[in-house]
Design a protein around this ligand. Structure first.
Ligand SMILES: NC(=O)c1ccc[n+]([C@@H]2O[C@H](COP(=O)([O-])OP(=O)(O)OC[C@H]3O[C@@H](n4cnc5c(N)ncnc54)[C@H](O)[C@@H]3O)[C@@H](O)[C@H]2O)c1
Ligand SMILES: O=C(O)[C@H]1O[C@H](OP(=O)(O)OP(=O)(O)OC[C@H]2O[C@@H](n3ccc(=O)[nH]c3=O)[C@H](O)[C@@H]2O)[C@H](O)[C@@H](O)[C@@H]1O
Length: 343
């Protein structure tokens, strides 16, 4: 029985897998559904899952913030399938595992249509849990450090219940993810569904949308284009940035392990936004200007994961530090923008 280290144990055993899974003479591949698999983290996760010849990967995505381009290397592969689908509608597929990532993640995108964002988090997660229940699949939710809101304890560990504005402009996302976590645990306790919850902290890397709006992609694109780096006030707010390959490794370990979570997955290296801008300037364009601009409401003032649980329960910790990750992302952005390094 999976555990989260406290008393949230399921009252029921998990549902039976399909008869094919138990057939004596037939060794089926593991069928894995990745919702939001055309997005930034999802497409890197798909790449990693496809490396295992025993995996068949089905991606569903509505392409709101994702792109087919992120998956083009797998088109036509016999173990890969891509379906245009919105998770707010029911989905009928036969799978063994579900990585449920579908949800816009950048604040400018999740605030664009907040009602749709909350529907994606609530109805989308309900639909995926219903699917998991019917087919007996294990399901992993990519929750977020935003469930801690503007945290009053620092660093944040998983026992902290958070400090979240329930009626603010970010609530569609952070409250949406909190309800999604609640649904996961209710399906676990009531129906015995095998669940895994990752609380992801700010992740960056190649394939982020160039105009994604998140801070690392903004600063790198600005530095490459010779535009001022826009530090939102006060600039002393902090974030902790995890490189995407480390994130994918953590998600797979969580799915394959015995713990329900929630488990923080992130890099504890903490930076103010002014420090991040200085780092990007030094690494990419020493001549670029750094300016301050207005911030948006309810911006968390500090954020840093306590990853004690990830270390002890998953044997996971990040390996790529920010100063090594930024140049890797720079290469990808330069090739997509068609701007080479200055001689
Ligand atoms: N990147 C981060 O720093 C971070 C941090 C915390 C949590 N997360 C979570 O990880 C997941 C992936 O984030 P990302 O950074 O790759 O974002 P992303 O925006 O690049 O990817 C999200 C994907 O979901 C798809 N999608 C959105 N709504 C959908 C819907 N209703 N139906 C089907 N597909 C839909 C988008 O088209 C996109 O391909 C999200 O659940 C996000 O909340 C990310
Ligand atoms: O990791 C998380 O849990 C969450 O982090 C992000 O939220 P946020 O940290 O606010 O992400 P950004 O938009 O990248 O902002 C980070 C900081 O950079 C600042 N910023 C942003 C953009 C910019 O151009 N300049 C700038 O200084 C913001 O004010 C904020 O303080 C997104 O909500 C999600 O990707 C994710 O769920």
């Amino acid at each position: 029985m999976a555990s989260n280290g406290d008393n949230n144990a399921s009252a029921k055993p998990p549902p039976e897998p399909s008869p094919l899974r138990k057939a004596k003479f037939f060794q089926a591949n593991m069928r894995i559904l990745v919702t939001g698999g055309a997005g930034f983290i999802g497409s890197h996760l798909v790449d990693r899952l496809m490396q295992n010849e025993k995996n068949e990967v089905i991606v569903v995505d509505n392409y709101f913030t994702g792109s087919k381009d992120n998956l083009k290397q797998w088109f036509g592969h016999p173990r890969f399938e891509l379906i245009r689908h919105d998770v707010t509608e029911t989905l009928l597929v036969e799978v063994d595992q579900i990585y449920h990532l579908a949800c816009p993640a950048s604040p400018i995108f999740y605030k664009y249509n907040p009602v749709k964002t909350i529907k994606t988090n609530v109805i989308g997660t309900l639909n995926m849990l219903g699917l998991a229940k019917r087919v007996g699949a294990r399901i992993l939710l990519t929750s977020t450090s935003e469930v801690y809101g503007d945290p009053l304890i620092h660093p944040q560990d998983e026992s902290y219940w958070g400090n979240v504005n329930p009626i603010g402009v970010r609530s569609c996302y952070d409250e949406g993810k909190r309800v999604a976590e609640t649904l996961m645990f209710d399906y676990h306790r009531q129906h015995g569904i095998e669940i895994r919850i990752a609380r992801i902290f700010n992740t960056y890397g190649p394939r982020m949308n160039i105009d994604d709006g998140r801070v690392v992609s903004n600063f790198i694109a600005q530095a490459i284009r010779d535009e001022p780096l826009t530090v939102q006030l006060p600039g002393t707010q902090t974030r902790s940035f995890c490189y995407v390959s480390d994130m994918v490794d953590g998600l797979i370990r969580l799915m394959e392990g015995d713990n329900t979570g929630p488990i923080n997955i992130g890099n504890p290296g903490e930076f103010t936004m002014l420090e991040l801008a200085e780092n990007v300037k030094e690494l990419i364009n020493p001549d670029v200007q750094i300016i301050t601009v207005e911030n948006t409401p309810d911006d968390p003032r500090q954020r840093k994961p306590d990853i004690t649980k990830a270390k002890s329960l998953l044997g996971w910790e990040p390996t790529i530090k920010l100063s090594d990750g930024i140049p890797l992302m720079e290469d990808d952005f330069r090739s997509r923008l068609g701007i080479s390094r200055k001689k």
